[in-house]
Design a protein around this ligand. Structure first.
Ligand SMILES: Cc1cc2nc3c(=O)[nH]c(=O)nc-3n(C[C@H](O)[C@H](O)[C@H](O)COP(=O)(O)OP(=O)(O)OC[C@H]3O[C@@H](n4cnc5c(N)ncnc54)[C@H](O)[C@@H]3O)c2cc1C
Length: 382
């Protein structure tokens, strides 16, 4: 039976990045996914890497630091899987021109005349151009990240721990990292309440040259290396706010019933920005982003919620119990809730989580699974 240091469950942006990080540090890694590599939300991603403008706060500072880190990381990892031509951001209801212009990120304003000089296909729009933005091929990136790990296409149904190892049919692993996206986690983590945001992205053929990415409420990519242009993505919640993903997106009634409308929305909104001539939809992608209320991703050790509260019920009343004393699922870690910018944040998060696992480095509070545990435990104070 093969023995691994780590089994990572989920081969999306999260799982593949942490697999890569730990493998580079000399660990023997297995990674499993029931849908194949990048078969979940990651395969549907734009995957646009864009800055988050606006007055500095904890969240956009995190995103913009992650962006700079990740751009460099991907360019070194797989230069052919990334096209870095910048993004033109157009004001919308969340970002007025003031917010786009006045922030710590360098940008350049283009009026509609200047844009029409670049391409007469631009509609009458104006916007702010940010240089540090790109588009990725998510499948190529994920495959590249795990090329030195063993991949198993398997649906992992349960975790059985025997003699300090998690044991599976064909292999065993000392540690587990759950990077399951919107799928119900294999252990109970009620403090990480994942809510899925579904979406559609399309690749289109067009004879129009698109000089850089354009973003308003949807994004249009510059022409990629394969000549296609990506348009994405819609953001839709199901009718019920809480639901589990029990089937793949292709078979899900939600997509079957609403996909055509979502594609029409993408094409209409794209057409308001730039006229894409001789347009033909080449491919449709469907997926779900895993988000939580705070918007920040979650990384760290998997706290055993029930056992920790059984041991220290006064946590509910605010008693400060240090993290070392909490109960944990043994050798089990979480990396999830990457939200709408999973490819922007994953390499940066992998570094934090990897250093925490290997060298006990501190995880920033806003990303920590333990902080989320305390928050949820205190919220439930009857
Ligand atoms: C339409 C759309 C557009 C997007 N656009 C962008 C973008 O432009 N830029 C950007 O940065 N991000 C974008 N995102 C967000 C990004 O894709 C996600 O944040 C990111 O993919 C999350 O990665 P993940 O690894 O956490 O989840 P996923 O990619 O969903 O991976 C989780 C995987 O775990 C597997 N799994 C779960 N449980 C099990 C089990 N028990 N056994 C085996 N396998 C299991 C699933 O099959 C799945 O493949 C977009 C997302 C969507 C849906």
């Amino acid at each position: 039976m093969r023995t691994y240091d780590f089994l990572i469950i989920g081969a999306g942006s999260a799982g593949c990045n942490i697999a890569h990080y730990l493998q580079k540090k000399g660990k023997k890694i297995a990674i499993a996914d029931k849908e194949g590599v990048a078969g979940g939300g990651s395969g549907a991603a734009g995957a646009f890497l864009s800055p988050l403008p606006g007055k500095e706060n904890l969240y956009n500072t995190f995103i913009n630091n992650a962006l700079l880190f990740s751009l460099k990381f991907y360019e070194e990892l797989s230069p052919n899987a990334i096209v870095k031509k910048g993004v033109l951001r157009i004001a919308n209801e969340n970002f007025d021109n003031d917010k786009l212009e006045k922030n710590s990120i360098e940008n350049r304003y283009y009026d509609s005349k200047e844009l029409q000089e670049i391409s007469h296909n631009f509609n009458k729009i104006e916007g702010y151009f940010y240089e540090n933005a790109a588009i990725l091929n998510p499948h190529e990136i994920c495959k590249k990240l795990i090329e030195k790990c063993d991949f198993y296409q398997e649906d992992i149904q349960e975790l059985v721990c025997e003699d300090d190892f998690y044991v599976f049919e064909n292999f065993r692993a000392k540690n587990i990292i759950l990077a399951q996206g919107v799928i119900k986690p294999l252990v109970k983590t009620p403090y990480m309440e994942i809510s899925p945001i579904f979406g559609v992205k399309i690749d289109v053929k067009t004879t129009t040259h698109v000089p850089f990415n354009i973003h308003k409420s949807i994004s249009i990519s510059a022409n990629r290396r394969d000549g296609l242009v990506a348009i994405g993505a819609t953001k839709e919640r199901h009718d019920t706010s809480k639901m589990e993903c029990l089937t793949s997106c292709e078979k899900c009634d939600f997509y079957v019933n609403s996909e055509q409308g979502q594609i029409e929305t993408l094409l209409r909104e794209a057409n308001e920005l730039i006229k894409l001539e001789n347009l033909e939809v080449a491919k449709i992608y469907r997926g779900a982003r895993a988000t939580i209320k705070s918007y920040f991703p979650v990384i760290g050790k998997a706290v055993n919620y029930e056992e920790s509260l059984k041991k220290y019920p006064s946590i509910k009343n605010g008693t400060k119990i240090p993290p070392d004393l909490l109960e944990y699922f043994p050798n089990l870690y979480l990396m999830n809730a990457l939200g709408s910018r999973g490819f922007v944040v994953a390499p940066y998060l992998a570094e934090f989580l990897g250093e925490n696992i290997l060298n006990n480095a501190k995880i920033p509070k806003e990303l920590s699974s333990e902080q989320l545990f305390y928050k949820r435990a205190r919220k439930n104070n009857p």
